[in-house]
Design a binder for this molecule. Structure first.
Ligand code: SF4
Length: 111
């Protein structure tokens, strides 16, 4: 991920407001971590890789719940087929009702 473009070297101070990593810290990090980023970035006290580490941890944690759920479906194709079949049946019923309403509105007697 691109960071503050002005921060070319590890020793260059950065500006979190010009960095998309900061946007993610605002979503995922607590106040202490955000303060650490603000101070560390502006003083070149931390590097960009170091800055991203706590985010990676949080995002992996969040995604792991989704991955776990996806794995359940991968391991049970019959469950997936059942969900699809149930959805198809519901959609078929809704389509039938809609077509009946359209035919009635157009005074089409198709029976
Ligand atoms: S230290 Fe963090 S906020 Fe600062 S430029 Fe690097 S990634 Fe962005």
């Amino acid at each position: 991920m691109q960071t503050d473009p002005a921060r070319v070297r590890r020793t260059d101070p950065g500006d979190p407001d010009k960095c998309p990593v900061w946007d993610l810290h605002q979503l995922y990090s607590n106040a202490d971590t955000q303060a650490w980023v603000q101070q560390g970035c502006r003083s070149a006290g931390i590097g960009c890789l170091e800055c991203k580490a706590p985010l990676i941890e949080k995002i992996v944690e969040e995604v792991s719940a989704i991955s776990k759920r996806a794995q359940e479906f991968e391991e049970n194709p019959e469950l997936v087929r059942g969900i699809i079949a149930e959805g198809c049946e519901r959609a078929r019923g809704a389509a039938r009702d809609t077509l009946d309403a359209v035919r009635q509105a157009m005074a089409m007697d198709y029976r």
